[in-house]
Design a binder for this molecule. Structure first.
Ligand SMILES: Nc1ncnc2c1ncn2[C@@H]1O[C@H](COP(=O)(O)OP(=O)(O)OP(=O)(O)O)[C@@H](O)[C@H]1O
Ligand SMILES: [Mg+2]
Length: 575
């Protein structure tokens, strides 16, 4: 896992390696400074040699400056490497998510994908920066300082033999106990992020239902849970600081005690003792840093796993090798097609669908909510794959086509369609990036969108705001239809695409389709019979099955469901 993730350091590898290398310079200076200090005391101050004091003092200043320089350079390298790593990781995640099928997205949920792309990447960025700074620094400092301490006075170094294992064991114990607590905290963090996302996406619904207080309370509860979990985890971690101080002062007392004896016995110089005490600090400090690094790893491990999951997820809908790139015509066939969202033949949303549609036909689809109308048509552009049976487009199984080629020929106006921030024209050009202004206007006229677009102050250059908030529901639907028309596909699917449009406009859109799209196979899913009644054939669906197929007149005679729906809608219309 780590190996794969680290490969995303990519072109920032140079910085990632230079950071620890420059840190060696910094550490070397830090460890040598106490040595010079000892020399000032032993040879300078004790012997009244002012010249030596001045010389060594100057050397110390130079060393401090060199250390500062290396420290700053290392800081820069590590920041550049970590930020670059995060950028590459985000890019890779985003690219991966783009390749996901609907089924893949269902599996992770959009909220969780957002968290993974933002919070989790930031966690890893922090941990990585920390890692390349301390992974070298802490052990180096410990080894250098130990060597210096032993060369200064080997017998006094025995103190470390006690202090290091004691502190190491204590820190190790604390960290093992803290790990599960951090994991629990991250799971709660996830929940909190999901709440924020859901609330922001649905803010209009929240306001419409006056659920602000409820949402606030829910959010407070979830932040409170995060707070508690965080306190529970941090409570343990902060124990390391007092522990380390305890060890440090105990070591200093021991060193002063034994060192004092050695000095009075004439076996040690005063300067060596001060030098030694500095090494105590450095050695225990490096132990602390090591444990802190370990803790960061613990915190970021959950994030690493979550990112790895996304990166290694296989998109379950991909173009085959030697894919067919030309869709012959707009014919569509379903051969014994069954479908389950859960790939479970005992939990089917579509059951044994058989249907042959000629190129250029107009097919209406009627059925109650949840009768799997959307599910049926989603199989045509291969948004999902049939669980059993075959879906054919232009006489070939949809799995044989290059995905892009297939979807370019099968334009679908989704039931839950969205526009994006940008101008109207930019949004329409999603359908066809090379569309000319004339083509755009023509498509909009067919979709009955031209008039209202022209009524905006900026016309086609009108900015839509994020998610297309600046247009009404019915206007949005018409823009989505125009966007699909611009693709000039062989098959067009409208999933409830005129539900928010008034009946008169709906009728003129259909008239425009009849006159201009006679050679395009068209699927119209609708709740209103009037939207489908002049289709070549109408499919009546119920509970994942096709109940009847026929023209409007035929169905009035043969289908009870159809007739009932028609009559109830007629009555509504007469009133
Ligand atoms: N992404 C999904 N994951 C799991 N189940 C789903 C998913 N989408 C739809 N379903 C289920 O599949 C069934 C058919 O849903 P579908 O959206 O096809 O109905 P529909 O006929 O289009 O309804 P409507 O008229 O309300 O749009 C429903 O029972 C629904 O709960
Ligand atoms: Mg639907």
């Amino acid at each position: 896992m780590l190996k794969k993730l680290l490969s995303y350091v990519g072109k920032y590898k140079k910085e990632a390696i230079l950071a620890p290398v420059t840190i060696i310079g910094e550490v070397a200076m830090e460890v040598l400074i106490p040595y010079v200090m000892a020399s000032i005391i032993n040879k300078g101050i004790s012997k009244g040699n002012i010249k030596h004091v001045a010389l060594m003092g100057a050397l110390m200043v130079v060393m401090a400056l060199v250390s500062l320089f290396f420290g700053a350079v290392a800081g820069r390298f590590s920041a550049v490497a970590a930020v670059g790593f995060a950028k590459n990781l985000r890019g890779a995640l985003f690219k991966k998510v783009q390749s996901f099928s609907f089924a893949n997205v269902d599996k992770f949920s959009t909220a969780s994908l957002t968290t993974r792309l933002t919070t989790d990447v930031s966690n890893i960025q922090m941990a990585f920066m920390m890692f390349i700074r301390t992974a070298v620094r802490a052990p180096m400092m410990m080894i250098f300082a130990l060597i210096m301490a032993i060369t200064t006075n080997a017998s006094l170094s025995l103190v470390f033999l006690c202090a290091i294992p004691v502190l190491g064991a204590a820190v190790g114990l604390i960290m093992t106990k803290a790990h599960p607590r951090f994991k629990a905290m991250l799971t709660l963090y996830d929940g909190m992020n999901a709440r924020v996302q859901e609330n922001l996406v649905g803010i209009r619904t929240v306001k419409a239902f006056v659920r602000e207080d409820y949402e606030k309370q829910k959010f407070t509860e979830s932040t409170e849970q995060v707070r508690k979990a965080q306190v529970r985890a941090e409570k343990l971690v902060i124990l390391t600081m007092p522990f380390m101080q305890l060890c440090m002062y105990a070591s200093i007392i021991a060193i002063l005690f034994f060192g004092g004896h050695m000095i009075s016995g004439g076996n040690m110089l005063t300067g060596d003792l001060t030098q030694f005490i500095t090494y105590v600090g450095q050695i225990l400090m490096s132990l602390m840093m090591l444990s802190f690094m370990f803790m960061m790893f613990v915190i970021s491990r959950a994030s690493l796993q979550r990112i790895y999951e996304v990166l290694t997820e296989e998109s379950d809908i991909v173009s085959p090798e030697n894919a067919v790139s030309e869709v012959e015509d707009g014919s569509v066939s379903f051969k014994n097609v069954s479908f389950s969202y859960f790939k479970d033949m005992n939990n089917l949303s579509l059951e044994k669908i058989n249907l042959d549609i000629k190129s250029g036909e107009t097919i209406g689809i009627i059925g109650g909510t949840g009768s799997s109308k959307t599910t049926l048509v989603q199989l045509i552009p291969r948004l999902y794959d049939a669980t059993d049976g075959e879906v054919l487009v232009g006489g070939r199984n949809v799995r044989e086509y290059d995905l892009e080629a297939l979807r370019n020929q099968v334009a679908m106006v989704l039931q839950k369609n969205v526009l994006f921030s940008g101008t109207i024209k930019e949004n329409l050009k999603w359908g066809n990036a090379d569309a000319s202004d004339e083509e755009i206007i023509e498509a909009c006229k067919h979709a009955c969108a031209h008039d209202f677009v022209m009524s905006f102050p900026d016309g086609y250059e009108q900015d839509l705001g994020q998610g297309g908030v600046n247009v009404s529901g019915g206007q949005k639907q018409r823009l989505c239809i125009a966007r699909a028309l611009l693709k000039k596909p062989k098959i067009l699917i409208f999933d409830d695409s005129t539900s928010a449009v008034d009946t008169a406009t709906d009728a003129s859109i259909r008239k425009a389709f009849r006159e201009n799209l006679s050679d395009v196979t068209t699927f119209i899913i609708a709740q209103r019979i009037s939207s489908v009644q002049d289709a070549d054939r109408i499919i009546v669906m119920d509970d994942g099955k096709i109940i009847n197929v026929g023209t409007h007149e035929e169905l009035l005679k043969t289908s009870d469901i159809y007739r009932e729906v028609y009559e109830s809608q007629q009555k509504g219309g007469d009133e």
